[in-house]
Design a protein around this ligand. Sequence first.
Ligand SMILES: Cc1cc2nc3c(=O)[nH]c(=O)nc-3n(C[C@H](O)[C@H](O)[C@H](O)COP(=O)(O)O)c2cc1C
Length: 211
Amino acid sequence: MHHHHLGRVLDPRHPRAPAFGDALPLDPSPETLAFLARRRSAPALTLAAPAPSPEELEDLLTLAARVPDHGKLAPWRFIILEGAGKARFVQQLEALAAGRADAAKLTAKLGKLKAPPLAVAVVSRTVTGEIPAWEQLMSAGAVCTTLTYAALAMGYGANWITDWYAYDEEAKTVLGLGDYEQVAGYVFLGTATEAPQERQRPDVKALTTRF
Ligand SMILES: Cc1cc2nc3c(=O)[nH]c(=O)nc-3n(C[C@H](O)[C@H](O)[C@H](O)COP(=O)(O)O)c2cc1C
């Protein structure tokens, strides 16, 4: 494990990865609140090299895996798409798209996948049992959010995308998904070549009632 990247930005009083059973006192984190108040995803087409390094990516996935997870099932996994592997994935999707009636539209959509130097497919893998599938899916969504936010907090641009190749059965086979597996999201990562602009945000008061 490489700890130096994150170690530099974390409070040195606290080790980066707690050991099982460690007491974890809650310290207020005003910096985290300020980050959450202003963070914004970067459009996929603005993501360029450099991507997070392999060590940073390892840190990002470790942080992303620290999500609430009913039953501790870890009902998700990661597929890293980078370099030659990502190019091969794109080629196979282009071949798939070429055989479809709406080939031009599907091919155009691949632009967002091609631009960023790194993509992480967050794969939901639900198991049948006590924990409802709904909760396992939400945990996979939390992984996508946490991965996105952690990358942004590292100073990278990130964007959570699903596109046709997240849902298409043949595309899922190309990615190597099994039965009961679904793409929760492709998290595109890189360096934003332009600052994203604030988008419209919901009226939280209008969405909130008191019981
Ligand atoms: C599950 C999910 C799938 C998404 N898929 C797409 C997509 O296919 N194309 C797209 O342009 N945006 C998609 N988005 C939205 C992007 O994440 C978008 O950039 C988002 O609004 C950024 O919000 P933020 O700036 O608050 O992080 C998706 C969002 C979610 C949660």
